[in-house]
Design a protein around this ligand. Structure first.
Ligand code: GLA
Length: 695
């Protein structure tokens, strides 16, 4: 629908210098996504149906581990487990109690920087850090929890209670749990993580948690070795329980980290701390199910079962069932190829370029892997850098782009200039992709179509709005220029930060460059390796960043504070400038207020209304520029049992968490002989020469 001079809702101001008649396409709601039915639905349960913490009459372990005990090299299993281990209930296991043995073979596209998750080092993604880290609470498996009972699963915190006035939350840690080297896990690890990681401005953990992640003014103290107490400014802010899951509150081994942290080691620098545990530093103590025992650059990270893992099944079998885990260091596209071919075990099929081939092969009877699509939770957006007070220290051109980014006419021009249908179809044809307006994602419970403002493709409107923003092609080269008094009146040139790790990211970025060229905007693609992209983005060194959208726009209740720039280091597109302040635009301040109001209320109707307001603010103001949205599919080798039905590749967390990998097993007659280190266990930390054998 085109309206000439449609000034109402869009609030367009006509410039007198303008000769052409301005066409203005009325914003609408996003088009209905195409129907798609190869999608699996989970069986819904309550949190208590999944697990409990209790002592069992006896415990079991694999025979080869028992051999270590018999040889006097390892305490008996009952002594290695907590007094009350976490017990997974049989009724919630799709195939019941499992058997020991075999390997899960992952393929990942990232590369490990080192094991210091607490200081921000990536281990290469693809579920590797998810598996190493255990967090106070857990959310990945919540896709199968009934909406009425939705609350994070207990994990390192086995239970908690709120004070009468709702400001205090007391958490009880699993008593007697141990790190994979046998060192006790307790409140000391929690307080090191809080004081010397979260509160230390020079240390930022991998997924970027900062004090505001848990609410401004929140404090944490240890009451005794197994009790901690949070104090919040708000009353019963239950969604911080979600913030205590992956990847915000997953403490590292303080007994090892302290030996290198500048506060505890004389003369150590923060840089040295960050890099003290390189990939070659093997057997880093973890609370997760498998421990790294082998690293070969650009080849593999191999892990063996953690003999101190603190989770069991109802028969008292210590988990995990799988003795080994591999992470092949390859590419993300290869992850799909190998999972479909059967040489890898798992992939989140998330690059639409491989959908058709993967679907075709998986449909064959002889296919080694099963494939199931979930909801449309994979979305891409462009985040314009909205800071004008120095974040990332832009030069004159960069600063001029920041000012443009802060101009609503400019952001709308970009949105009108995008042909999202074409962007999606360039990735894959068929009913997969659908235009994404930005903000909350349609398959979520808080999404409201009527509160979603969508600027449909209209090159004419885009051009008119660029002119409104003061951008005219003064030198006739097809690209608009800055006004004469800005950056010397040069061509507007905008860098688009993206990653070359994924074909999808590259294709979308190239599509955006071409579409922007058509409306006269010159975009320069900066396609970088994931680690480098993440570092540049986190330090504000970008004009626009194109990336896959984070999961809080799916769940809302998890990482709620990340929905808006609620703290100086929270938002992807807007962090504090060199003066430490956040120069929020008025609508951003409204978004922040809306998110804070959401956090502060438990009233369901109020929350729904607040998220409508949020969605309207986000999409009307084009806070970030939505591109395309599509479903992903989980591919998993058919030999695995206990794969929960309908596991989404991304909802509360990635599938690698949702799957509950410690419960996966392979029936004996289907076990592979892929173990690289049979009959071995992880050795002492830092030994660097692989696992310890039983003889
Ligand atoms: C990468 C992959 C995702 C998922 C995550 C897990 O981002 O692309 O599919 O495996 O890692 O962290």
């Amino acid at each position: 629908m085109k309206h000439i001079y449609a000034l109402g809702g869009a609030g367009l101001l006509l410039s007198t210098s303008m000769l052409a008649v301005l066409a203005q396409t009325a914003p609408s709601t996003p088009p209905a996504p195409p129907q798609f039915d190869a999608q699996q639905i989970p069986t819904f349960v309550g949190v208590d149906d999944i697990l409990e913490f209790k002592a069992l009459p006896e415990y079991h372990e694999p025979d080869f581990v028992k051999a270590f005990v018999d040889a006097g090299k390892l305490p008996p299993v009952a002594e290695r487990l907590p007094a009350e281990p976490m017990v997974y209930k049989t009724a919630n296991m799709p195939d019941g109690v499992g058997v020991y043995g075999d390997v899960i073979r992952h393929v990942i596209g990232g590369r490990p920087e080192g094991w210091n998750y607490s200081a921000g080092q990536t281990q290469g993604w693809g579920g590797i850090d998810i598996g190493l880290s255990e967090c106070l609470t857990r959310t990945g498996p919540l896709f199968q929890v009934r909406a009425e009972e939705l609350a994070p699963l207990p994990n390192l915190a086995k239970s908690w209670e709120w004070s009468e006035d709702g400001h205090e939350l007391t958490m009880h840690l699993v008593e007697g749990a141990k790190w994979s080297d046998g060192d006790p896990f307790d409140a000391g690890d929690i307080m090191f993580y809080w004081n010397d990681v979260i509160l230390d401005p020079q240390v930022t953990p991998l997924n970027g948690a900062s004090p505001e992640t848990f609410g401004a003014g929140t404090t944490l103290e240890a009451i005794d070795p197994y009790t901690i107490k949070w104090t919040f400014k708000d009353v019963r802010p239950t969604q911080y329980l979600y913030a205590m899951a992956y990847g915000n509150f997953c403490p590292g081994p303080s007994h090892i980290l302290k030996t290198e942290h500048p506060k505890y080691k004389d003369g150590a620098t923060y840089d040295q701390f960050k890099n003290a545990f390189p990939p070659e530093f093997l057997n880093m103590p973890v609370m997760g199910a498998w421990v790294p025992v082998e690293y070969r650059a650009d080849d593999i990270i191999a892990m063996r079962r953690n003999p101190y893992y603190w989770k069991v099944d109802e028969n008292g079998n210590q988990l995990p069932y799988l003795d080994e885990a591999h992470y092949r260091l390859s590419t993300w596209a290869d992850r799909d190829v190998q999972a479909v071919a059967g040489s890898g075990d798992l992939s989140n099929l998330e690059q639409p370029e491989s959908f058709v081939e993967a679907l075709r092969r998986s449909a064959e009877d002889t296919a080694p892997a099963r494939l199931a699509f979930g909801a449309r939770t994979i979305s891409y957006s462009i985040y314009p850098n909205l800071s004008a007070n120095g974040w990332g220290e832009p030069d004159e051109r960069g600063q001029a782009v920041r000012e443009l980014n802060r101009d609503l006419n400019f952001r709308k021009a970009v949105s009108f200039g995008l042909n999202r249908q074409a962007l999606g179809e360039a990735l894959v044809r068929g009913p997969f992709t659908t235009p994404y307006a930005g903000g909350l994602m349609p398959p979520t419970s808080y999404y409201d179509n009527d509160s979603t403002v969508y600027y449909p493709y209209s090159a004419d409107d885009a051009k008119a709005l660029l002119e409104e923003a003061g951008l005219v092609d003064t030198d006739g080269n097809g690209f608009v220029n800055f006004p004469a008094n800005v950056a010397g009146g040069a061509d507007v040139q905008i860098t688009l930060l993206g990653t070359s790790d994924y074909q999808t990211d590259k294709s979308l970025a190239e599509g955006v460059v071409a579409q922007m060229e058509a409306i006269g905007l010159r975009i320069l693609l900066q396609s970088q390796a994931g680690n480098q992209r993440d570092a540049n983005e986190a330090s504000g060194k970008f004009d626009w960043s194109l990336r896959r959208v984070d999961a809080e726009l799916i769940t809302v209740v998890q990482n709620t504070q990340n929905l808006a720039p609620t703290g100086p280091q929270i938002a992807r597109g807007h962090r504090a400038g060199t003066d430490g302040n956040l120069d929020l635009l008025p609508f951003e301040q409204e978004m922040v207020d809306t998110v804070n109001a959401f956090v502060a209320t438990a009233d369901a109707d109020e929350r729904i209304a607040l998220m409508k307001t949020y969605q309207k603010l986000y999409t009307d103001n084009v806070y970030a520029i939505g591109l395309t949205q599509y479903p992903g599919a989980l591919i998993i080798n058919k030999r695995f049992a206990n794969v929960p039905e309908g596991t989404p590749i991304l909802q509360f967390n990635w599938a690698e968490d949702g799957l509950i990998r410690e419960r996966l097993y392979v029936p004996e007659d289907q076990q592979s002989s892929a173990e690289l280190f049979p009959d071995t266990l992880p050795g002492a930390p830092g030994v660097g020469n692989g696992p310890v054998t039983s003889n």
